[in-house]
Design a protein around this ligand. Structure first.
Ligand SMILES: C=CC1=C(C)c2cc3[nH]c(cc4nc(cc5[nH]c(cc1n2)c(C)c5CCC(=O)O)C(CCC(=O)O)=C4C)c(C)c3C=C
Ligand SMILES: [Fe+2]
Length: 346
């Protein structure tokens, strides 16, 4: 009898992407690719072009390049987002190298390099039986998970031979992801902080409203429950992560605040993290512990926005310290999470 052939699986870990370097020209190229994505700035083509290329990029690029330079300086001359995506890929591969399964782990960035086109072309040549598209975002958003899956599927759909395809849509409540965040907290004495913030990347209100066929996100109980209607709503998922984390950290609801950072304009999810920090400083708070669970790798938004800018603003108003809890990065418990999510799909 013929021996059963072993199934070959290729995993594609996808991160958001980062500029090639912190120069103005590389940051401009990155912002141009990123912000012209219709799932990110969801306006009709001409309106988006005018807004992004006529207003946002010209007004933003100088400041963005400056903060990217700060990030590179803080992180040894590399993008931490790229560095940690590479180390996650290597560590996950090592897990599968020790097993019977034939699994190869690749990584790509949705914007810039390594590009999804080039990595998926390598994967096509491998002739995998199955491809697992794995965006590295715990919370589902059209601007992150959605665009990564759409692009991968668009590229694969042009192949002559189609492999089996599986996707990871979210992992906001995966036990190992929550545990990895909790492990990161162990180097801090939570009881020594007078305020605790869970600061998530923001989203325009209209992005969460578009999850619902009738009504708005604010009509839903997203802050207190996940249900059939809001299960893929970013806001509902970040609150669910917060409840799971608070539970494991032994925090009561009154001990912490959920807030949203990195907005481009005022019609984004509220409360805004920077405003909350400002209010706390004015109330006389001295020490803030800030978690940023939407990011599974440290990046501009964690190391510079929270770790430097919020800290400076807080001190300027009389506070002592905004302490960032590092992202899960390549913590072994987070690699457990990745392994688990792949294994469930083999
Ligand atoms: C964690 C999930 C993310 C969501 C949701 C998200 C939405 C979103 N972001 C922008 C605009 C910008 N984001 C920028 C940086 C950035 N964003 C994420 C993740 C999410 N974004 C990451 C991981 C990073 C950092 C990348 C790095 O290189 O370290 C930037 C660039 C920086 C800046 O100029 O401030 C912009 C711009 C929008 C418009 C959006 C949803 C609509
Ligand atoms: Fe962003």
């Amino acid at each position: 009898m013929e021996q059963k052939r072993k199934k070959r699986t290729g995993v594609l870990l996808i991160q958001l992407g980062t500029p090639d370097s912190p120069t103005k020209s590389d940051v401009k190229t990155y912002l141009n690719e990123f912000l012209n994505d219709p799932r990110v700035i969801d306006y009709p083509y001409l309106k988006r072009k005018l807004l992004v290329n006529g207003i946002i990029i010209p007004f933003r690029v100088k400041e963005s390049a400056k903060i990217y330079k700060e990030l590179w300086d803080l992180s040894g001359g590399v993008s931490p987002l790229l560095k940690y995506t590479e180390s996650k890929t290597k560590l996950l591969q090592e897990r599968f190298d020790k097993t019977e399964e034939d699994v190869t782990v690749h990584m790509a960035m949705r914007y810039r390099k390594p590009s999804m086109e080039s990595v998926l072309e390598e994967m096509r040549k491998e002739n995998y039986d199955k491809i697992i598209i794995f965006p590295l975002f715990p919370h589902h958003a059209s601007a992150t998970t959605g665009t990564a899956i759409e692009k991968a599927v668009k590229i694969i759909s042009k192949w002559w031979v189609m492999p089996e395809i599986s996707t990871v849509n979210d992992f906001y409540d995966h036990e190992a992801y929550i545990d990895a965040m909790v492990e990161r907290t162990k180097e801090f004495d939570i009881s020594s902080y007078d305020r605790i913030m869970f600061s998530y990347h923001g989203l325009p209100d209209q992005h969460v409203d578009k999850v619902y066929d009738d009504g708005l996100c604010t009509d839903q109980p997203c802050e207190t429950e996940i249900n059939q209607k809001n299960k893929l709503c970013y806001k509902a998922q970040v609150y669910a992560t917060t409840r799971a984390l608070a539970d494991k950290l032994g925090l009561k609801e009154s001990d912490y605040t959920v807030a949203f950072q990195s907005r481009l304009d005022k019609n984004w999810l509220e409360p805004f993290s920077d405003k909350v920090i400002e209010k706390w400083a004015k109330e006389g708070a001295k020490r803030v512990l800030a978690f940023s669970p939407a990011f599974v790798a440290d990046c501009l938004e964690t190391l510079v926005e929270i770790g430097v800018e919020y800290d400076e603003d807080f001190r300027a108003l009389g506070g002592e310290k905004v302490q960032l809890v590092p992202s899960t990065n390549d913590h072994p418990r987070f690699i457990d999470c990745l392994e688990d999510l792949v294994r469930e799909r083999l």
